[in-house]
Design a protein around this ligand. Structure first.
Ligand code: SAM
Ligand code: SF4
Length: 485
């Protein structure tokens, strides 16, 4: 285990480092004259943004490709959440410089959070880069590419207060044809002291609910059976005809405000066979109204990603999370009261934040013991330039202590994931089939409402169908079962 996390700060479900697990654009050949290759790093929001980028450039004569060797334009859609994520991108740029030597006409662009954070510095530091575009500048890409075609470098890192790309219908680049992600808001106003997102993605704004419902209905018509509503803090979704910027809306007030609970209900009403998920929930913002809406609709999945970050109230205050340990535990109790034990709850955890003591760390472990998360994304703290923590606190926990604490958190979580999965053995769940299992073409896999992956013999069943599966066995990561009538 110690070796596994030697240089790892962010672990995904398969134990892979999330920031290194990148997505590549798929082959879409409609006979267009130029080819675009996109590698996307970091969070689901970024993967979703790449689909918007592909859609904007499709109209400008670009097909997408999964092979960099065939590309006229290479985009890296980047993540800045911690230092290692940025280093990964710099290594990739190094790798591409060989290609650019062979084909000097190849255009290399950096998009997303790293583009926003570093702006023109990226052009100075990474000579191979021709184009830099922040998350709110994608409509400008055709113009920026034309500038590069004319022999100039091109940069747009303007952050908008309103942009939501509401009218752009994304080209699905990473989809299994069954589940899709829908961006419902952009930016974040929370200012957690460790986090770079408010600086790279700007102020919080919500997307027009009509366009969200239309996109979800379209997906359902196209055979999709699950949508995940995405945002950094979905529970603070707030939209009105007159104002979509949260800060301005709260200041001025407005009529006809649509909140997250009403949006969830609107999407759930599209069709009972369309499952609805959402991520991420902020513990301070998720309301009883949302929990009751979840309870009312069977097709709203009973799963909440509710990042706690730390179990110590002192550290939570320094992180500016807006809740204490007791408040968080109370919120979990409320979820259990309204949605029962079967509701899946997962978390994000950071070890070794500024000034964290062994006592604080023990409190994180004891909170985990109380809640017993089904799953967690676990990180050790990585100081980010420009954040409030960098300005106010000293990054004083030694690296080896951060990593040792991370190992302990991961070990505890592995025990709890297995423990929680064991309680599912013997139960029957409705499962939406996503496709063949990773290990065998004779097995299919899908998820239950609580977001648990279940593997079972195919026996003629197909992707996109709902089946009832009885769980017969499990590992810490997967439930194993068979279809029952
Ligand atoms: N908006 C979501 C929330 O508040 O829970 C999460 C957004 S962030 C992209 C995903 C996770 O990255 C955070 O929940 C946090 O655990 C982790 N993270 C953010 N900044 C970090 C940092 N400087 N060092 C380590 N982990 C960090
Ligand atoms: Fe970052 Fe906090 Fe916003 Fe999440 S809620 S994106 S952790 S500032």
């Amino acid at each position: 285990m110690a070796n596994l996390i030697e240089d790892i700060g962010i672990l995904g479900k398969d134990g892979k480092e999330l920031c290194e697990a990148y997505h590549v654009s798929k082959d879409v050949n409609t006979g267009k004259s130029r080819k675009l290759y996109i590698e996307s790093y970091g969070c689901q929001m970024n993967f979703s943004d790449s689909e918007i980028v592909a859609s904007i450039l499709q109209k400008e004569g670009y097909d997408t490709t999964s092979e960099v060797a065939l590309a006229d334009v290479v985009f890296l859609n980047t993540c800045s959440i911690r230092e290692k994520a940025e280093q990964t991108v710099r290594n990739r740029l190094n790798h591409f410089s060989g290609l650019k030597k062979q084909r000097p006409e190849l255009i290399v662009g950096v998009l997303g959070c790293m583009a926003e954070r570093l702006k023109t510095r990226l052009l100075e530091e990474e000579k191979i880069v021709d184009l830099v575009a922040g998350p709110d500048a994608y409509r400008d890409l055709p113009k920026l590419l034309a500038q590069v075609d004319d022999g100039d470098k091109a940069v747009n890192t303007f952050l908008s207060r309103e942009e939501t790309y509401a009218d752009i219908s994304p080209v699905r680049l990473n989809s299994n044809g069954v589940s899709a992600f829908i961006s419902i808001m952009r930016g974040c106003d929370n200012m957690c002291t460790f986090c770079v997102v408010p600086f790279t993605r700007g102020r919080e704004r919500s997307r027009d609910p009509k366009s969200i419902v239309a996109e979800a209905a379209d997906l359902f018509q196209g055979g999709y059976r699950e949508v995940t509503l995405l945002g950094q803090n979905v529970d603070s979704y707030k939209w009105s005809e007159a104002e979509n910027n949260k800060a301005r809306l709260e200041k001025k007030g407005a009529d006809g405000v649509v909140n997250f609970a009403s949006l969830l209900e609107m999407v759930a009403q599209i069709h009972p066979d369309l499952r609805v998920r959402f991520s991420t929930s902020h513990p301070k913002d998720i309301t009883d109204e949302v929990l009751h809406t979840m309870a009312r609709y069977e097709n709203i999945c009973k799963y909440i990603h509710l990042p706690v970050q730390s179990g110590s109230s002192r550290i939570l205050e320094m992180m500016n999370r807006g809740y204490s340990r007791e408040w968080y535990v109370g919120k979990v109790q409320r979820i259990r009261e309204i949605l029962g034990e079967a509701c899946g709850i997962s978390s994000d955890m950071i070890t070794g934040f500024c000034s964290e003591t062994e006592v604080d760390h023990e409190e994180t472990l004891s909170l985990m013991e109380m809640v017993k998360f089904d799953y967690a994304y676990m990180f050790h703290y990585s100081e980010r330039p420009g954040t409030l923590a960098e300005k106010k606190f000293s990054d004083d926990v030694p690296q080896e202590v951060k990593k040792r604490r991370l190992t302990e958190v991961i070990e505890k979580q592995s025990q709890h994931s297995l423990m929680r999965n064991r309680t599912d053995v013997g139960k029957v769940y409705q499962v939406l089939i996503e496709g063949p299992s990773k290990k065998s073409a004779e097995q299919l896999q899908g998820r239950n409402s609580a977001n648990k992956v279940i593997v079972f013999p195919a026996n003629g069943h197909r992707r996109g169908q709902y089946v009832h599966v009885k769980v017969e066995d499990c590992t810490g990561a997967t439930l194993i079962g068979k279809v029952v009538e």
